[in-house]
Ligand binder design. Sequence first.
Ligand code: NAP
Length: 498
Amino acid sequence: MAGEERLRALAAAVPASFGMWEGGGWSKASSGETLPLRDPWSGEHFTTVPAAGLVDVARIVGEAQAVFEGGSWSRLAPTARGRILLAWADLIERNADELAVLVSREMGKPVQQARDFEVVSAVRNLRWYGQLADKLMDDSPRGLQDAVALVTREPLGVVAAITPWNFPLNLAMLKLAPALMAGNSVVLKPALQTSASSLRLAELSSEAGLPDGVLQVVTGRGSTVGSALGRHHGVSCVTFTGSTEIGLQLLGYAAESNGKTVSLELGGKSPNVIFADAPDLERAIDTAAWAFTFNTGQMCTAGSRLFVERSVYDQVVEGLCARVSVLSIGDPLDPGTDLGPLSSRTQRDTVLEYIQSGLRDGATLRTGSEHALDEARSLVAPAVFTGTTTSMQIAREEIFGPVVCVQPFREESEALRLANDTVYGLGASVWTCDVSRIHRMARGINAGNVWVNSYEEGVPSTPFAGRKLSGNGADKGTYALDKYCQLKTTWIALEPGS
Ligand code: NAP
C-alpha cells in the first residue's frame, strides 16, 4: 500500500463532483439537482453526486432493457464475458489505493482495512465469477426414450442492485459479479453516502471492456431511486443488502408492481458462544473483540451478543475489556488506526442512544462511554456491557456500532436457547473442542452461517445467506446464480426412425 503522504494526496484529489454512470459515460439528473457527500472524519462535504428522480430511473432502466435485448452482453460468449470480468478485476487491483481512499472518505473506514478487506474481497469474488463464466453446464435428463429435454439457465433481463454503505465495494461486487456473469444488465443504486466508490468501480468496468449500458449507476435518495427501481415493471430482480425495514418494503413494491424476484440480505444480531473448552481461549477473546469492533461495529454479522460459559466468564470479560481499550481510534487515513469514526452523526447518535438505554435498563458498562470521545468527529469507544438480559433493547436490536452484551450460561442447552432468542438468523460462532457439541450446536443454531472456532470466515464458493428477518436467498458461489437466472425446459419430441 502507498505511504501515508500519497494516501492523503489521493484523498485531496477526489473530484469535487461526480455524475451518474449511464450508458458508458457520465450524466446528470434531469432536474440538475445534486447531493453532497460528507466525510465523517473531517465533517466536510467533499464531493457531490446527482440526485436522480423518477424520470432518470425510468430512462436508465429503459437503456438497460434495450442493451439487454440488443445482446451485446446477454448473448456474448461466456468466455468473452469472463475475460472482461477478469480484466475489470485487474483494473480494480491496480487502482486499489484510490478506491480504498474513496471508501475511507465516504464512510470513515480505516484506509488499510478498506484496501485489505474491501478491495481485496471485491477482486477475489469478481475473479472467481470471471473464471467460472465458461465452465457452467446446462442439464439434460438421461434415459428419455422418445424425447430430448434441455434444461437451460437464461439471464433475467434487468437486475437492480441496491447496496448499503458499510462495505460498499465488497457488497456491491457480491451482486454485480454473478448478475453480470449470468448475462444480465445491472442498474446499481449504491447507498447515497458511498456513491463515489461505486461510480469509480463502474467507470473501471467500462475501461475493462464491459459494453456501454450493461452496468449503470444511478445515484440519489433511496426513498426516491430505490423505491422507483423496486416498483419498476422493467426490472426483473431486485437484489438488496441493507436494513430489514427497507428489505420488507421492497417485497411490498414487488407485490404492487410485477412480482419481481426480491433477494434480501438484511440485518443481524449474531451470537458468539464461548465454551470453557474452547481450543484456545485467548484466541477466542481476541476474535470476540474483533467481532464487535471491526468496521466500528457497523457489520451485519457483528458478534454483538457474546455468551460465555460461567467458569471462564470473568476471564473473558476482563480480557475483552483489556483488548478493546487499547485499540487506536481516530483518523481513517492514518494507516495505524484500528477504528474510524462512525459513518455519520446520525449513526453516532443512534449508537450513543443505545448505550444510554442499556444503562437505563440496569446493565453494567464495563468499558466505553455513553458520550462521544470527540464531539466533532463521531468517535465512540467500544462498549462492553455485562448484566444484560435478553429482553433489553441493547440485547435485541441491531445497534450497528461497537457495542457488545456479554452474558454467562451454565449449560449447552441454555447457550443454544440464548443464541436462538432473536428475530435474526445471519451469523453465529461457537468455540469448543467437543466434536459432538460442535455438531449439536451447528445443527441447532437457526442461522445461515455458523463459524466454529473462528468468526466470519468463508471463500468465494461458500454461500452467505440469512434466515428469519436476516433475509432470503444467498450471495456468493454458484448459489447466487439461482437468483440471477431463470430456468427453461425445452422438450423435443423425437419422431420414430424408419
Ligand atoms: P438501509 O438504510 O436499508 O439502506 C440500504 C440501501 O437501500 C441504500 O442504498 C438506501 O439508499 C436504499 N434505500 C433507502 N430507502 C429505500 C427505499 N424506500 N426503497 C428502496 N431502497 C431504499 O441500510 P444501510 O443503513 O445502508 O445499511 C445498514 C444495514 O444493512 C444494516 O441493517 C445491516 O445489517 C445491513 N447489512 C446486511 C448485510 C447482509 O449481508 N445481510 C451486509 C451489510 C449490511 P440511501 O442510502 O440513499 O438511503
